[in-house]
Design a protein around this ligand. Sequence first.
Ligand code: ZN
Length: 84
Amino acid sequence: MTKIITTEIIINRFKKTHGMRFGYDKVIYKSAKDKVLIYCFESDDKYGIHAYFLQTPDNHSKGKTCPKCTGHYRMNITDFIEKS
Ligand SMILES: [Zn+2]
């Protein structure tokens, strides 16, 4: 028996990985490789609220986060290296 993955199932999977960090109201699941629209609740000085970004369900359920969060994180690391 093949288990059919629905939008509801994939959202539950995302929540197991990321908790309440992201919003999934615009997610429409087609396949693991078809990008879905995810909402990031984080905000910072550079971008303001991060809002929506596109990512494959595959990557997101493996722990990949929003590109703006990732960029921000990398920037902080660079700052840290430069100052030390
Ligand atoms: Zn973000």
